[in-house]
Design a protein around this ligand. Structure first.
Ligand SMILES: [Zn+2]
Length: 251
């Protein structure tokens, strides 16, 4: 394949916006910030959007990286995002949300779960707080089992299985999500303490174990309907989520 020759202007514009984050396995390349005006409950709010990608090649030669990335078909894979708001790097008390991608809930507004609601509410909380970030985690579909498997799990649920039973019947552990990459990116963007928007104690533990100064947790409840009542109950009873009132919820 012939190598595209990027002109020096293209390279100099892009290399200022790409950050190398070294990890145990290789590197994460973080691109951004990019101004992203978003329609949030009928108001236009400007977020700072970043996107990241894992790569085994560790180099500060961004021309090589840009070339490598433009030659692989990235549309075949999902990439993760960060939507930051306000002075995220230096504010004293930022709030963050680690949001697992949910194709059905976030995009279609499915009422079988409460993901779409939680995503929008988290964005609203961050804006109201004045600064913070939403980490949108692309390899977390169906708690890490992927979209096709999630569809099969839904079929089992339509036939009497609960969320945990359905995943186990398909040979998956209940929750196979990993937050290591997101934590690397968070550390690159900010070193001061964060408050985590979650009802899930496991997320709080993952962040604490990474050595991040977590100053607290903020619960996020709501949007209970006849379609997700059973799912939310299972999260509380089977997956260790905290209950509304005795603290928290279901992500
Ligand atoms: Zn969902």
């Amino acid at each position: 394949m012939t190598q595209t020759k990027f002109d020096s202007k293209t390279i100099s514009i892009l290399e200022d916006k790409i950050q190398l984050i070294k990890t145990e396995k290789g590197a994460i390349y973080l691109v951004g910030p990019i101004q992203l005006p978003v329609n949030l409950y009928d108001k236009t709010v400007v977020f700072h959007w970043y996107c990241w990608l894992n790569c085994d090649e560790v180099t500060e030669n961004f021309e090589n990286i840009i070339h490598k990335l433009s030659s692989i078909n990235l549309a075949e894979f999902q990439q993760s995002s960060v939507l930051a708001y306000g002075n995220f790097a230096y504010s004293e008390d930022a709030i963050i949300r680690m949001h697992s991608i949910c194709h059905t809930g976030d995009i279609f507004g499915s009422k079988r779960c409460d993901c779409g609601y939680q995503l929008k509410q988290s964005m609203k909380k961050v804006v109201e707080h004045g600064n913070g970030a939403i980490f949108y985690l692309a390899n977390h579909e169906g708690r890490g089992i992927g979209l096709f498997s999630k569809a099969m799990a839904y079929i089992l649920q339509e036939n009497g299985y609960d969320t945990v039973e359905a995943n186990q019947a398909l040979g998956f552990v209940d929750d196979s999500r990993n937050y290591n990459d997101a934590i690397h990116v968070l550390k690159a963007l900010r070193s001061k303490p964060v408050t985590l928007i979650t009802n899930n104690p496991k997320k709080l533990e993952a962040l604490k174990k990474s050595g991040l100064p977590v100053s607290g947790r903020e619960p996020l409840w709501g949007d209970v309907s006849e379609y997700n009542e059973k799912y939310l109950e299972t999260k509380i009873n089977r997956s260790g989520h905290m209950k509304e009132g005795d603290e928290c919820c279901n992500d």
